[in-house]
Design a protein around this ligand. Sequence first.
Ligand code: CDP
Length: 150
Amino acid sequence: MTERTTDPTAPRGHHRDTDPGVVVVVAGAVYDQGRLLAARRSAPAELAGRWELPGGKLEPGESPEEALVRELREELGVETEPGERIPGEWPLKPGYVLRVWTARLLSGVPRPLEDHDELRWLARHELDSVDWLDQDRPAVAEAALRLPAA
Ligand code: CDP
């Protein structure tokens, strides 16, 4: 919540940095035992079959980390702990931007409950083996650098 409040005493740039007209999509570089979770989209038609870091749109009043935990619970049925933000922001369709956080799997076995039809855990040397959405590629490259050892 703090990041959504404008505090006049905060240093410049410390309050929200997002244009209110822009929809933020948060995605998780979910890792477990040295591997990164990749999810294959089942919809919409133009994205189906491409692989992404799972996530979804921020809802009003949510922090990005809260949105990420909620989306991963809804889409995969798992509990996760967000870590660091991967630097950068990637445009999606007009009016939408993608931001990515690392997330550690706490409990559950991911299942493709919503939006996806297949999941894979990829080791570092396997990250190029799936057809990532173009907008996710830079984040996946950054996530690979942060992948903890198994
Ligand atoms: O689950 P929700 O409806 O909130 O969002 P979504 O449909 O999963 O994602 C919103 C938009 O962000 C879609 O156009 C996705 O294709 C896009 N997206 C993406 O490009 N890369 C991701 N890693 C996650 C979502």
